[in-house]
Design a protein around this ligand. Structure first.
Ligand code: ADP
Length: 651
């Protein structure tokens, strides 16, 4: 076994690898960018090496700097985690050329699976079922349109170098094909430097079921399936293992196909064979098709670990160190059911706009397995993936795992950044999902109910008002008012919560909180860091946290945030009413389509901001004339920066 390894990654996966390495007595080196100095993965490792500035191109993608860091610290092998350099065959070549071991497959296996068209052709040859379609070299639009006709609509156009759902276009009718082809090809070119596409049959209401494989270069086995059908724009949201409705017959057929795929490329290490499955009439042994292979450890690997008892990172280290596969196929068993939900800093009510912020308050339930790379007080920066944590639960059966997931989501508390937690909780409570009726369209069909902003109940607002006043009075520092205002002896006080003014009357543990004509009467006691609340109708536990000019009230499994008045704020903000377009988050201005003096319609695109690895088009909040531009292409802007100023159309 290795004495020391370097982890070429950050965040939760770096922390995950460190945990197993430490248990195995292997020392760890991590690398970090300037934005990550002092972050969790850095302080957890035995050693850490700075590799550059915050942007990934200057840090986590700098292969040379990473290999150099391994050599200077005496690490013998490099674990790539996922993302970044994990599926980059040139990196594997460079690691091996430096005399180090890459903890993962060979460069040639990655190359074989790197392009969707070549991978599909290879799999077809190996006897693995693939989605019907055209994956050949010809790219003339007329030829491809003919292929699409032959396949039969609807079809899916995929950039062959694509990933993460990029460069994919669904086409329902032949007349839409040329435009869709042009845009998929151009997205392929701009995102991956490759405009070639393949065409395949679009499976309606499909399921995404993938098989975990493991190879040692000679032999390969599988560790059963995961169902990742709950997706939002082709991004996985909740994953589970095993797959609902799976039969032994279909499992054996999918497992055998996946092992065949892994053996066809002499695979070594952890990999995933993704299948698209027609689940419209139950799972069938002839109803699944190879989509692609991910030649790395997968984000959702914990659900497989939970049902098999295998530590996949341990297996990765063992196989990379030259050991044979630690287990035989016939010794692997499924025990129980596991679910994983991905907690992100993003705003579901605003089209899942990625968010940034300091995680002022962060608490996870002890009952769930939490995979995270952040601690309370850490910052979600615009430079990397905004994932906060993966919340993993296990049960004897699906119903038990699911009720544990619901409870774990309810007990997770985050303040300081908007998150998708409420969306996850609603998804976990979704009736169809509870019945195991999953397909990749479920989230989109019920998007409105799953993402509608939740209005704070009057009691939450009342608790926020009390917290802002330091009430109930006795207790810890969290509750003492910061400006020295003494409440004792006052029976009545006023406090601003968000846009409203609350009038609070106090008598011992009893409070009356009025927002205008609306009055809430409640009794509140402190119980440690929680509150026991009696609102007249019921008694329940809540929590109110003051942080960075805000109060967040956690009750009934939801978080309700309220702004406290900022003593420095000046009145008469000209930005109100949509005269200014502000940057919703820190980012890089990619392009500006607005020109000074031009009149624009409401909803017209004004500029494109790149942040959190995604592009966001900012649109005109109303019709008007562009009066001024606050930033140009290439400018790095802060959250709240004025990007465009509008004047009324008629001057
Ligand atoms: P990427 O590499 O961009 O993630 P994939 O080929 O893995 O692209 O596909 C991503 C998702 O798109 C799948 O999980 C599935 O939901 C959907 N998808 C892919 N191929 C098809 C198809 N032929 N029919 C229907 N949906 C598909």
């Amino acid at each position: 076994m290795f004495r020391k390894i370097l982890i070429a990654n950050r965040g939760e996966i770096a922390c995950r690898v460190i945990r197993t390495a430490r248990r195995m007595g292997v020392s760890t080196v991590t690398v970090y960018s300037d934005a990550d100095a002092g972050s969790h993965h850095v302080v957890s490792a035995d050693e850490a090496v700075r590799i550059g500035a915050a942007p990934v191109s200057q840090s986590y993608l700098k292969a040379d700097a990473i290999i150099e860091a391994a050599k200077t610290t005496g690490a013998e092998a490099i674990h790539p985690g996922f993302g970044f350099l994990s599926e980059n065959p040139e990196f594997v070549d460079a690691v091996e050329a430096a005399g180090l071991v890459f903890i993962g497959p060979s460069a040639s296996a990655i190359r074989a699976m790197g392009l969707k068209d070549a991978a599909k052709a290879l799999m077809e040859k190996a006897g693995v079922p693939v989605v019907p379609g055209y994956q050949g070299p010809r790219q003339e639009p007329d030829f491809l349109a003919g292929e699409a006709d032959a396949i039969g609509y609807p079809v899916l156009i995929k950039a062959r170098a694509g990933g993460g759902g990029k460069g994919m276009r669904l086409v329902e009718r032949a007349e839409d094909f040329p435009a869709a082809l042009a845009s998929a090809a151009s997205e392929g070119r701009s995102s991956f430097g490759d405009g070639a596409v393949l065409i395949e049959k679009y499976v309606t209401a499909p399921r995404h079921i993938e098989v975990q494989v493991f190879g040692d270069g000679k032999d390969a086995i599988h560790l059963f399936e995961r169902d990742c059908s709950l997706q939002r724009r082709h991004q996985k949201v909740i994953e589970e293992a095993p797959a609902p409705g799976m039969t032994e017959e279909v499992r054996a057929a999918m497992g055998a196909a996946a092992v065949k795929a892994a053996k066809a490329i002499g695979y070594a290490g952890a990999g995933t064979i993704e299948f698209i499955v027609d689940g419209s009439h139950g799972l069938r042994p002839d109803g699944f098709w190879f989509m692609e292979m991910n030649t790395r450890l997968q984000v959702e690997h914990p659900v497989t670990e939970e049902i098999t008892g295998v530590d996949l990172v341990e297996w990765q280290l063992r196989v990379a160190a030259g050991e044979p596969l630690p287990m035989k196929q016939e010794d692997l068993r499924i025990e129980g059911w596991a679910l994983e939900a991905r907690l992100y800093a993003e705003d579901p009510a605003k089209g899942f706009l990625p968010a940034t912020g300091r995680l002022d308050h962060l608490e996870f339930p002890k009952s769930a397995r939490i995979e995270t790379g952040v601690r309370p007080g850490d910052e979600i920066t615009p430079f990397y993936d905004p994932m906060i944590a993966k919340i993993v639960t296990k049960g004897r059966d699906r119903a038990e795992a699911l009720s544990r997931l619901r409870a774990a989501l309810e007990a997770t508390e985050v303040a300081g950044s908007v998150t998708n937690i409420d969306f996850l909780a609603r998804l976990a409570a979704h009736e169809g999902f509870a019945r195991g009726q999953v397909d990749t369209g479920l989230i989109a069909r019920d998007a409105e109910a799953l993402t509608a902003p939740r209005e704070a109940p009057p009691v939450a607002r009342a608790l926020a008002a009390l917290a802002a006043l330091g009430l109930p009075a006795e207790g810890g520092a969290e509750w003492s008012r910061r400006d020295g205002f003494r409440l004792w002896g006052h029976a009545r006080s006023l406090v601003r919560i968000g846009e409203a003014v609350a009038e609070v009357e106090t008598a011992g543990h009893c409070f009356s909180v009025a927002f205008g004509a609306e009055r809430v009467g409640l009794s509140v006691w402190r119980e440690g860091d929680r509150l026991r609340v009696d609102d007249g109708a019921r008694i329940f536990t809540a929590r109110a946290v003051l942080h960075g000019g805000r109060v967040t009230v956690f009750m009934d499994g939801a978080a309700h945030g309220f702004a406290l008045p900022d003593p420095l704020a000046v009145g008469g903000d000209a930005g109100a009413g949509g005269d200014m377009v502000l940057s919703p988050m820190p980012g890089l201005v990619k392009s500006v389509s607005a020109a000074v003096g031009a009149s624009v319609e409401k909803g017209a695109p004004l500029c494109v901001l790149e942040a959190m690895k995604m592009e966001h088009t900012l649109k005109a909040p109303r019709a008007g004339v562009v009066a001024a531009l606050g930033a140009g292409p290439g400018d790095q802007v802060e959250e709240g920066a004025i990007l465009v100023t509008l004047e009324p159309l008629d001057g």
